[in-house]
Design a protein around this ligand. Sequence first.
Ligand SMILES: CC(C)(COP(=O)(O)OP(=O)(O)OC[C@H]1O[C@@H](n2cnc3c(N)ncnc32)[C@H](O)[C@@H]1OP(=O)(O)O)[C@@H](O)C(=O)NCCC(=O)NCCS
Length: 196
Amino acid sequence: MYHGSPKSEVLMNQLFSNGTLQITEIAEQDQVAYVEHFRDPRIHANTLRLPFPYTMHDAYEWIEIARQINTAQPRPTMFAIREATGKLIGGCGIEAGGDFQQHVRVIGYWMAKAFRGRGFASQAVRWLSGYVFEERSVRKIVANVFAGNEASCRVLEKCGFRREGYLREHYQKEGRTIDAIAFGLCRTEWERRSPQ
Ligand SMILES: CC(C)(COP(=O)(O)OP(=O)(O)OC[C@H]1O[C@@H](n2cnc3c(N)ncnc32)[C@H](O)[C@@H]1OP(=O)(O)O)[C@@H](O)C(=O)NCCC(=O)NCCS
């Protein structure tokens, strides 16, 4: 099990950078930062798959899974959001749509507690949307937000996503059902907002 060092040099392909934020692939050195950030119960409460409490072993396994996902595809789909120093402060990723939805991608994202409210998740989602639509066959990006997660709804609205519906008892997690709000961004809307 690698534990990395926060001081390890992060030498990674930079996919996005604006001087404050960087988006790169996930690296072995991120193990400690994942454990630190996922102590926040709000991230667990608003996402589907994160174990809680989140251990060093969970982070080790996730980093390996992300590496496999990213290398098995023509281009990476699981990303680290970093501050300028290179420290991991958030994450975002892309998954395939369901059956008969080859034209759809599903996005997810989180931001560490200490870095919220500065527009970072919105910048990441804007970049991610452009990255997704670089694939010409993709027509639509979707995200389902747990009801009550107003910050996440706001992120999507700021990035041009439209609220498409209210999904009653849509997910089941830890023995209870969860309502969700469906958001979508179609290529046509994206192109109107971001002319090529
Ligand atoms: C959702 C999340 C990613 C937002 O990250 P962030 O970096 O703070 O997002 P931004 O700063 O880009 O935007 C947040 C917006 O929500 C607003 N907001 C925050 N809390 C809010 C609330 N309780 N009600 C309404 N709006 C709220 C902020 O004011 C901001 O909008 P503004 O720019 O118009 O002022 C972060 O809160 C998070 O990681 N939450 C836990 C995991 C999660 O929910 N992931 C998404 C799953 S769908």
